[in-house]
Design a protein around this ligand. Structure first.
Ligand code: UDP
Ligand code: MG
Length: 635
């Protein structure tokens, strides 16, 4: 089975008519992100697509990106700046979504895939969209509108929401789809969407608070004159109140005022008179909760969804344990961390150069304590941890206590900074990120997304290949390349070149080119170390003692036949990946694309030696600079 290829690319990239036809000819459901050359495919949905693919793992589900400008069939989609997702089943358009509305996209993929399967398996009828699009008018049926019963709707308690109504006048004019797209493009997330014909009684009840106003009877008649669309909205990246944001987006109640003051608002664009003003929004959050209960009585916003709310708030923070304490009190500190409900999701011990400390503490370079901090940070390896739990940033700060060590001892003797203060040292020994944003930057600094080469060696291909793959995915690696290969003797020799003088070299080469290996490029934050840690020590006997849960401890038979390989540094990863695959794949994690940092070096003995020497000489230079200021570093 040599050279058997498995395509591990998430999205097939389509840039000409021929490739387009290939996609259409693929069996199953193809979800195509149609993009414009100048803005590129929609990165915002990449991790969602990867998640869906991993979860469904379905051979009938295909993702593609297609450049509108170079494919004739996509002519009508040219010049649109919002992301457009086209769903094809058996080469025919079955649904379409405009805007990167992640929850809706996810639901549509799941549903359309199920439909396509039933077409393929049970010979059901495929419902094809009759597609007419001129920029202005999009047929009602084109977009798959989502109507749901109340039970399925989850409104996270931590998010603010509002209730919007697309009123009967707009529905009658066939503008619902167009408005929905605008709503999504403006960054609103649609949590629920239902088409309803309100009875007179319901309309009366809904507008009860306006019953003394002159327009009341007319309003009731109008609202019960035809179907409306009821939406529950929250905001992507939820920050301030969505209630006000939505009111701003729809504009003033009075249409003339709307046209004059806010011509871009929905009411100015779609309303015709103050009575027929196209859309509704809850006046305040209290009204929003009443209106939600009115339309979706089965929704609960707190009880029953508490778990979801908790999940919403799970955060990561960066903890640093500075060299002195990392050496002496590591176990104790790790113990306190674990007992306080944090998960250590990433961990590395690393030597920082002065330059890296300056980069990391760029905002503190001017502080008078900086020289002391610099010295403290370069004294030896720093232990960096990404800690995960709900509200992690604040929780970790609370555990650390005040940044000023003297104050910490006085005010909160139990806190970590008081407990693990070193001698007369004025620099506290532990760091925590200040905010969620800072945590993101700091975690990226210490744990940049990396690629590493992982190999399932010939000895375990038969028995444990699937198991190992499963564990790799469970650990959150994404597999950006995957190929079974039979190494030639020459390649195996180059691969293990640095072991040429070892007594086991010939045996090793023999073993590695004896039958096929599974070659993979794994991608993750800190991937090189993460994968090495998962593999365990080279010798399985040693692995059983030091790292009993590691792959080698559990699956390997002896030091030569030790089931897996992993690159030992970023540099080696690059060399090995190029040797095996010919080139480095592009990083696919969208978060890492913009800031590709190399991060601090690994602690290697040579590195450490050199570093120590550098440090010694700096120590002298620094003596004068340490002025003993009480203001503290890492707050
Ligand atoms: N090896 C061996 N005997 C040894 C050391 C290594 O047979 O004493 C083999 C083993 O298969 C190992 C490979 O040589 O995986 C490369 O050795 P290295 O020290 O690079 O270990 P690794 O990086 O794989 O843990
Ligand atoms: Mg090695």
């Amino acid at each position: 089975m040599t050279g058997k290829k498995k395509e591990a690319t998430l999205q097939v990239s389509v840039i000409n008519q021929e490739q387009w036809e290939e996609v259409l000819a693929t069996k199953g459901l193809a979800v195509v992100d149609v993009y414009q050359q100048w803005c590129g495919p929609c990165r915002a949905v990449l991790s969602l697509l990867r998640k869906i693919k991993n979860e469904l793992g379905d051979d009938l589900l295909h993702f593609a990106t297609a450049e509108a400008d170079s494919i004739d069939a996509l002519e009508k989609y040219r010049g649109k700046c919002e992301p457009t997702f086209l769903f094809y089943g058996g080469g025919e358009l079955v649904a379409m979504l405009r805007g990167a509305n992640a929850p809706l996209l996810q639901r549509m993929i799941v549903e359309e895939l199920a439909k396509e399967k039933s077409v393929l398996e049970q010979g059901g009828e495929r419902k094809v969209i009759n597609y007419v699009l001129d920029n202005e008018k999009i047929e009602e049926e084109v977009v798959h509108l989502h109507s749901e019963d109340g039970e399925n709707i989850i409104v996270p308690a931590s998010k603010s929401y509002t209730v919007a109504i697309i009123k009967p006048d707009v529905v009658a004019h066939g503008k619902v789809t167009e408005i929905i797209m605008k709503i999504q493009d403006a960054g609103f997330e649609i949590l629920a969407h239902d088409e309803r014909l309100l009875t007179e009684v319901q309309a009366r009840e809904f507008y009860q608070h306006k019953s003394t106003e002159d327009c009341f009877e007319d309003l009731v008649q109008f609202m019960s004159s035809g179907p409306s669309h009821i939406l529950v909205l929250c905001q992507l990246g939820d920050s301030a109140s969505v209630v006000q944001a939505w009111l701003d987006f729809i504009g003033p109640t009075n249409i003339e005022e709307a046209m004059r003051e806010k011509p871009e608002s929905l009411r100015a664009q779609y309303g015709t008179q103050t009575l027929f003003n196209a859309v509704h929004g809850s006046e305040d959050s209290d009204r929003a909760s009443r209106e939600l209960a009115f339309f979706f009585p089965n929704i609960s916003t707190a009880s029953g969804t508490e778990q979801d709310a908790e999940e919403e708030r799970v955060e990561r923070t960066l903890a640093l344990i500075r060299p002195d304490v990392a050496r002496e009190n590591r176990e104790e500190i790790m113990d306190r961390i674990n007992k306080s409900g944090f998960k250590v999701s990433l961990q590395r011990e690393t030597l920082l150069t002065e330059e890296q400390v300056r980069q990391f503490y760029v905002q503190r370079i001017e502080k008078d304590y900086f020289p002391a901090l610099l010295q403290s940070m370069t004294r030896g390896p720093v232990l960096a941890l990404a800690l995960t739990r709900e509200d992690a940033v604040q929780q970790w700060k609370d555990m650390l206590g005040p940044s000023d060590v003297t104050r910490a001892k006085e005010e909160n003797p139990e806190c970590l900074r008081a407990q693990f203060a070193v001698g007369e040292h004025l620099i506290n020994q532990l760091h925590g990120s200040e905010s969620v944003e800072e945590a993101y930057r700091e975690i990226t600094f210490f744990f940049p997304v990396q690629q590493t080469l992982a190999v399932i060696k010939p000895d375990t291909m038969e028995e444990h290949k699937e198991k190992i793959l499963e564990e790799i995915r469970e650990r959150g690696f994404s597999v950006s390349r995957l190929e079974e290969k039979l190494l030639s003797r020459e390649t195996a020799e180059v691969f293990y070149e640095k072991h040429r003088d070892q007594p086991f070299f010939n045996q090793l080469v023999e073993f590695m080119c004896g039958s096929t290996c599974l070659m993979m490029v794994l991608e993750k934050e800190n991937a090189v170390e993460e994968w090495r840690a998962m593999m365990g020590p080279t010798d399985p006997d040693q692995a059983k003692v030091i790292s009993p849960n590691s792959l080698r401890a559990r699956l390997a038979s002896d030091v030569l036949h030790n089931c897996v390989h992993g690159s030992s540094s970023q540099h080696h990863a690059e060399e090995e990946i190029k040797l095996v695959f010919g080139c480095m794949p592009e990083l696919t994690d969208e978060d890492s694309l913009d800031e590709k940092t190399t991060g601090p070096h690994d602690v290697s003995p040579e590195n450490y030696q050199h570093h120590q020497e550098e440090h010694e000489s700096n120590t002298h230079r620094l003596q004068a600079g340490v002025n003993g200021g009480h203001e503290e570093a890492s707050r």
